[in-house]
Ligand binder design. Sequence first.
Ligand SMILES: [Zn+2]
Length: 123
Amino acid sequence: MGTTFDPSKRVFAGPSYDTFSKAYPRIKNIVLKANEHRYEKYNTRLSKNDFRSMIQCSNTACKEGGFEIYIILNELYHKELKEGKGTLLCIGHEPMGRSSSRRCFNSMDYEMAIEYISEKTKS
Ligand SMILES: [Zn+2]
């Protein structure tokens, strides 16, 4: 889509607990597990206390990359789903020369599990 990526416009600020709780007040617990098979980076794990909107790409040549896990979170949260899994593609690119680049081919398999604060007890 060729537009310049500006991370500051797309992330909810910072990895702090307060920020997360304000953005997602109905979440009691969350666990994200992720694996980047191409770079053999396994078992990345985030919970509510250290959740952040992006996971860094492990490709050292990658610029402005990362995995937009907040998109998954927003979708699950909006639908009140407890689990989601799939594959995310890195949004970064690899510089190939002075003015050209190719997209980063890194991908990440993820599993997200959310526990909600229940307002009513279901029997
Ligand atoms: Zn990347």
